[in-house]
Design a binder for this molecule. Structure first.
Ligand SMILES: [Ca+2]
Ligand SMILES: [Ca+2]
Length: 121
């Protein structure tokens, strides 16, 4: 149990360092992702352009919501407590995959740079 407490303390301290960084732009990679959001990234390992979602986006091609992410997502971090669906086509069409709460990582080959819609359920 003591070891568990030590590890928890280390994680908490690290989180505080991020939160007290001088500017938000100092955060890089996955650390940019706010709690309670689905974060998607244009490159692997949380790098590149980041877009965040509260409930999702039925069409990443249109002018509503984040721009430039259609067929351009290579990694994600689900910081919500819900599962999310990701689809190849707009409006929940085509092949789909599910990312559970706290899922974090790179899309495998075949899913990288294919997502056109995503939604929490
Ligand atoms: Ca959109
Ligand atoms: Ca697509």
């Amino acid at each position: 149990m003591k070891l568990t407490h030590v590890l928890t303390s280390i994680v908490t301290t690290a989180a505080l360092v991020v939160l007290t960084a001088p500017t938000a732009s100092a955060a890089t990679g996955y650390a940019r992702c706010p709690d309670g959001r689905m974060c998607v990234f244009s490159d692997r390992d949380g790098t590149g352009v980041m877009a965040t979602f509260v409930v999702g986006d039925w069409d990443l091609r249109d002018g509503v919501g984040p721009q430039g992410m259609n067929n351009n997502i290579e990694s994600i971090w689900n910081r919500t407590s819900y599962s999310w669906d990701f689809w190849d086509y707009a409006n929940g069409g085509g092949d789909w995959t599910v990312m559970g709460p706290n899922a974090k990582g790179n899309f495998i080959n075949g899913w990288a740079n294919t997502v056109t819609s995503l939604h929490m359920y």
